[in-house]
Write a protein that binds this ligand. Structure first.
Ligand SMILES: [Zn+2]
Length: 63
């Protein structure tokens, strides 16, 4: 999804120009959802695996 033609509701300028905080927030959000869209779920799964491993380690030590 491209945000080049997206117009800000706050300042009515193209979001890609980042003229106001709303523009910049939208731009960052859209950029995160762009090329790195598949990264976030993977990072979440990796984090979950690390968390489970840490919990298992703690359980071993306390048992
Ligand atoms: Zn704006």
């Amino acid at each position: 999804m491209t945000y080049d033609r997206l117009v800000c509701a706050n300042c009515a300028a193209p979001v890609s120009q980042g003229r106001c905080p709303v523009c910049r927030a939208n731009r960052e959000r859209l950029q995160q959802e762009g090329p790195f869209a598949g990264l976030n779920p993977m990072a979440l799964i990796a984090l979950l695996v690390v968390l489970v491993a840490a919990l298992a380690l703690v359980a071993q030590h306390t048992a």
